[in-house]
Design a protein. Sequence first.
Length: 373
Amino acid sequence: MKSRKMIQRVVAMLLACSLVIGMTGCKGGNNSTDERKDAESIKQENQAVESADNQTERNEETKNEKKTSYPLTVTTYDSEGNEIKTVYEKAPSKVLAVYQGSIETMLALGLEEHMVATAGLDNEVPDEQKATFSKVKYLDEFTPSLETATMLEPDMIFSWGSLFGEKTLGSVTDWIEKGTNIYMNTNTHPKQNNKVYNKTLENEYTDILNIGKIFDVQDRAEMIVNRMKDTISEVKEKTNSIKEKPSVLVLESYDGTFTNYNASSLGGDMVTQLGGVLANQDGSSLGKEDVIAANPDVIFVVYMPYAGDDAEKVKQDKLDVILKDQAYANLDAVKNKRVVPIMLSEMYASATRTQDGIETFAKGLYPDLTFDK
């Protein structure tokens, strides 16, 4: 851009100078009036070039801004886990956003004025979102009842798959038929015929990008997603020379057993995308013997403090299930002090918190890794 500007100015000045020389030669001498006219001509030429450059810049900026063309068709899921198409004639103006990721995605995209109400926060929103969130109506009901949701008259409900069922808000298709569009977090949609499906990073990216399209804020959505992708690329590049990548278990303790976030989980996909190797790729529930047999290099301990909880105590209690049990004392992860806490909200339907999850996993996998700022 700068080089083109310079060329245009030089050309303009050369043309103006040739004009001055031509006029001077015809009149046989220098004339102060002519010189002033020639100087004015040069000034006008430069202004014209500058104006043309500015217009070119504006045109290119406009070209780079992605705009939504309505009506817009978006794919989501119904209450049975089937893909369905929803149509948006314009950006919704009365959104009911339920649960952490849905609310925070709307706030991250600057869409607080499009929300009629919110509900279902497990934790406070991030500090940078608190000011705008304070302007949004937050319901007393953690999970809104069908009656409450109906009275709000939303034109869109953005939430998890668990919100739509007989005991909650009813059928997705019923809402759509009544004129209320539904967008369901992809990694939470119901199973079809009880068949497990893979919950992936790509699904979280898609959700953020789809919300960007629905509300015509695609550039903001892409900025968020690109940061996540760039972080993963950076980690891969910086750890490319490590031949033996760390083996990993991602565990959440529960009544003497562990939920294992395996290859079909979002947490498992994060670990794999970052180059880690899942020590047990298939098991969904592991016992003490399974953990000992796996003997991973790193154990990520999943914890989740809810509103009113002492977050540090919740975290330490979950860590102590591994750290204070002598049965695990000889595990490589314990001996090498590589038992790492991670919040559930960073790796389950994580939405914009996916960035935090990626960084937590990356630092646990590669303790010496530093990120470019």
